[in-house]
Write a protein that binds this ligand. Structure first.
Ligand SMILES: [Zn+2]
Length: 228
C-alpha cells in the first residue's frame, strides 16, 4: 500500500503502510532528487517506478541516515550519485541485513525478510559533511547536517522556494521519535532548532504524515524534557 502526497509544487512525499514510512521527491527542471530509497530493492523499485510516473528526469539520491529502511532500496535506482553524511558511509559498513531479516521473520513477514537479506548495499558517492547546495534546474535545494540527533550523521533536505524541509527521522508523526542506541538525545533539540530556523511551512518526517513547524517545536520540547 502506497500513495503520493504533493507537499508543494514539484515536492512530493510517498507514504507506505510498512513502518508508516515516508520517502521524498523534489523535481527540478533538469533533474530530480530522491530522498531515501526504502527498506529493500523491491521497495526501491516500486518507488522508482512511481517516480517515473511523475517525471523522467535523471535522478540523484540523498540518504538521510544509515538505518536499513532508508537505504536498502538504493540499488533499484541504478548507477546514480548518492549523497550522505560521511558518518553514514561508516555506519553502512555494519551489515544489519541478517538482524533485520531475522526480526521480520519473527514478525511473520518472511517475504520482506527474504528481500532484506539479499538487498545490495550501495555506498554513498558524495559527502555532505555540513551543507551542500544542489541545482536541480530552476530550483536549488540544500542538503544539511543539523548536528547529531537521531544518529550522528543525519542529513535533512531544505527546499527553500517551497518552504519544505525533509527531516529524515529527526521528526516522526504518528509515533514518538525513535531514540535508539545510536541517537544523541541531548543534542537532538538543538538539531531541530537548526531545521526550524530555516522557517519551513511544511516538514516531511521519515515516518508519518507531513507536519507544520509547531508540531516540530512540540516534539523538540518533548525531547528536551526527556533529556534533562
Ligand atoms: Zn532511523
Amino acid at each position: 500500500m502506497s500513495s503520493w502526497i504533493e507537499v508543494a509544487d514539484g515536492v512530493h512525499a510517498r507514504r507506505y503502510a510498512e513502518l508508516d514510512q515516508t520517502l521524498g521527491l523534489v523535481v527540478g527542471e533538469r533533474r530530480c532528487l530522491v530522498v531515501d530509497t526504502g527498506l529493500d530493492e523491491a521497495h526501491g523499485a516500486e518507488f522508482a517506478a512511481a517516480i517515473r510516473e511523475l517525471t523522467d528526469l535523471p535522478w540523484t539520491v540523498v540518504i538521510t541516515h544509515a538505518h536499513f529502511d532508508h537505504y536498502l532500496g538504493t540499488a533499484a535506482f541504478g548507477d546514480v550519485p548518492v549523497y550522505a553524511h560521511p558518518g553514514c558511509a561508516v555506519a553502512m559498513r555494519e551489515d544489519v541485513r541478517p538482524e533485520w531479516a531475522r526480526r521480520y521473520r519473527e514478525q511473520g513477514k518472511p517475504e520482506i525478510a527474504d528481500r532484506i537479506a539479499v538487498a545490495r548495499v550501495v555506498p554513498p558517492t558524495h559527502e555532505v559533511p555540513d551543507r551542500v547546495e544542489l541545482d536541480l534546474g530552476g530550483r536549488r535545494v540544500t542538503l544539511l547536517h543539523p548536528g547529531p540527533a537521531h544518529t550522528d550523521h543525519d542529513v535533512a533536505v531544505h527546499v527553500p522556494d517551497a518552504g519544505v524541509v525533509f527531516a529524515g527521522d529527526l521528526v516522526e508523526q504518528g509515533a514518538p521519535p525513535s531514540v535508539g542506541p545510536d541517537a544523541h538525545p541531548a543534542r537532538w533539540p538543538g538539531a531541530l532548532d537548526v531545521l526550524l530556523a530555516l522557517r519551513p511551512t511544511t516538514v516531511v518526517p521519515g515516518h508519518g504524515e507531513p507536519v507544520d513547524p509547531r508540531f516540530v517545536a512540540a516534539q523538540r520540547d518533548e525531547l528536551s524534557a526527556g533529556s534533562t
